[in-house]
Design a protein around this ligand. Structure first.
Ligand code: SF4
Length: 159
């Protein structure tokens, strides 16, 4: 069987969509169903990045709920921040947030971003994401699962 034929036979493989969660916050642009995200790794171990990658990969497909990762903060409605904020990443985090047009929201992903996890007293650590920028949505977990990430994003996109 050709690979094209195999694609046709297998079809689309994606985790089932559960019921839409309660709205956590109004969409920043006032437009429901769409949320453009600029991700900043503030000092994570990359565990959260792996789960974000899974959330946007074909198996979980966060884009079907209107969330999309974008390369430029100028194109974003929201900031997706992972990890504790290190001294080196404090200013880049602030710069990125400033470059996102208002109204905008900040989503902290993972225990490090939300509460500092086990790195709170690290010599290179400034604090949590909330210590540096105002956080609107928190996604706890070390790391949070793709499903948890998608549920939180859906609570903003409304889909
Ligand atoms: S929350 Fe866990 S997985 Fe995410 S950056 Fe921190 S230690 Fe890594």
């Amino acid at each position: 069987m050709s690979w094209i034929g195999k694609i046709g036979r297998v079809g689309r493989m994606v985790e089932p969509a559960h019921d839409a969660p309660e709205a956590a916050i109004a969409p920043p642009t006032g437009v429901t169903g769409s949320l453009q995200l600029r991700h900043v790794d503030c000092g994570s171990c990359n565990g959260c990045e792996l789960e974000i990658t899974s959330a946007f990969a074909p198996m979980y497909d966060a884009e079907r709920f209107g969330a999309r990762l974008v390369a430029s903060p100028r194109h974003a409605d929201a900031l997706l921040a992972t990890g504790v904020v290190t001294h080196n990443m404090r200013q880049p985090l602030l710069n990125t947030l400033k470059a996102i047009p208002e109204p905008r929201i900040v989503i902290a992903v993972g225990d490090c971003a939300v509460n500092g996890n086990m790195f709170t007293k690290g010599y290179g650590v400034v604090g949590t994401v909330g210590d540096v920028v105002p956080v609107d949505v928190e996604i706890p977990g070390c790391p949070p699962t793709p499903q948890q990430i998608i549920t939180a994003l859906r609570s903003v996109t409304g889909r």
